[in-house]
Design a binder for this molecule. Structure first.
Ligand code: HEC
Ligand code: HEC
Length: 344
């Protein structure tokens, strides 16, 4: 999985390593663009990240004013120490104590995503907050009312002025500020990253390296690249009844897409339990037991999970499972999970 490093990479590496996190003395630099990541999919030139825009986006993200009854903030479901996912909640838990039908996704490395939500139903990061605000089981608020509340607020007009040059509060500016906060949430400093970038002293244990090698053979066809997803939609056999949630088919209407969900990134996966779009599994061990012996058949089951001879899933011994778990834990970026710039 090691990448060839060239000239541009060396330049970037300098800005990467010189940008120490958690250091208030450092000038604001915008999102990190790690050398082992591809070009971002999000066009930063259309929404350049500034210190004031980021600060405004952060305040909005943590503000329950965005919900109908001022009880639920984005951050109530997206919790910083869990890579902005929702620990211990199989499906989302929003306004009036209502539960949604899907597991809250982490918010990390949004710059590189080409589709949002488990079904890719939102094509652009800037549009995601409108879904959360309008969802009757999340924040249940009219975005126009949110803008009114912000306009009559004691602090927001001045903060919009600092971020955008005038105190006019528009939908576009509101969404851009939230995106400025979210694109800053870059996680690329796990032990795996330091190893793959050949940083001085960065090593993985023999068990972790064996896990990496098993992962490359048995998992990386779907969990591809250093984002650990090929950004496609697939059925990995966790259920075979899709009446509650048809996945990608709800966006594409294609019959073949019934039961397909976005291949999730596995970054910080040890911190983002429970797993899968329906939060079915509580531990990484149970995820591996699923791939080894729990895959359920249905017409859209991914062909990679059909073995020659007819068995389903991915053959894994207990030793291989242990090594895979050890490897998956090297994707935990402790600095990101504890980064004071992003926490409340
Ligand atoms: C009640 C819990 C809840 C609240 C409140 C909430 N979210 Fe979410 N968020 C979710 C769930 C659940 C998903 C996955 C939805 C799906 O796939 O259909 C999600 C998905 C996302 C994603 C997509 C991540 C990806 O990888 O595709 C982003 C970005 C996001 N939320 C941002 C926000 C913002 C910004 C707010 C506040 C305006 C917010 N969320 C409020 C539960 C919540
Ligand atoms: C055929 C493609 C494919 C292969 C091969 C595959 N996965 Fe997955 N993986 C998926 C999809 C799709 C999901 C999400 C399914 C859903 O939620 O409906 C997923 C989900 C996961 C999750 C849950 C992540 C989260 O945040 O909820 C983990 C962990 C995981 N896979 C690990 C692995 C490991 C380890 C292997 C190799 C043993 C592997 N996967 C092989 C497609 C695949």
């Amino acid at each position: 999985m090691k990448r060839k490093i060239g000239f541009a990479v060396i330049l970037l590496a300098v800005s990467f390593s010189s940008c120490k996190k958690d250091d208030p003395q450092q000038p604001f630099t915008g999102p990190l663009l790690p050398v082992n990541f591809p070009q971002p999919a999000y066009d930063l030139t259309l929404n350049p990240v500034t210190e004031a825009g980021f600060a405004l986006g952060k305040k909005l993200f943590y503000d329950p004013l965005l919900s109908r009854d001022t009880t639920i903030a984005c951050a109530d479901c997206h919790i910083s120490f869990a890579a902005f996912s929702h620990p211990d909640h199989a499906t989302s838990h929003g306004i009036d104590g209502l539960f949604g039908r899907r597991n809250t996704l982490p918010i990390q490395n949004m710059l590189w995503k080409t589709g949002f939500f488990w079904d890719g139903g939102v094509p652009n990061l800037d549009l995601v907050p409108l879904n959360a605000i309008q969802s009757p089981v999340e924040m249940d608020e009219d975005p126009a009312r949110v803008l009114e509340k912000l306009r009559s607020h004691a602090q927001y007009p001045a903060l919009f002025k600092q971020a955008f040059g005038s105190d006019e509060i528009t939908t576009a500016r509101f969404l851009q500020a939230l995106s400025q906060f979210m694109v800053m949430l870059v996680s690329a400093d796990s032990p795996y990253d330091r190893y793959v970038r050949n940083e001085p002293g960065a090593t993985l244990t023999a068990e972790e390296l064996e896990g990496l090698s098993i992962f490359q053979q048995k998992c990386a066809s779907c969990h591809a690249t250093d984002q650990f997803t090929d950004q496609s939609y697939r059925n990995n056999g966790i259920i075979n009844d899709f009446t509650l949630d048809r996945g990608r088919n709800e966006v594409s209407s294609l019959p073949d897409d019934i039961g397909k969900f976005r291949v999730p990134s596995l970054r910080n996966v040890a911190a983002t339990a429970p797993y899968m779009h329906n939060g079915k599994f509580k531990t990484l061990e149970s995820v591996l037991d699923h791939y080894a012996a729990g895959v359920k058949d249905s017409p859209s089951l991914d062909p990679l999970l059909r073995q020659p001879g007819g068995a389903l899933g991915i053959p894994l011994t207990d030793i291989e499972k242990g090594r895979l778990v050890a490897f998956l834990k090297t994707l935990t970026d402790e600095d990101f999970l504890r980064d004071a710039r992003f926490a409340q």
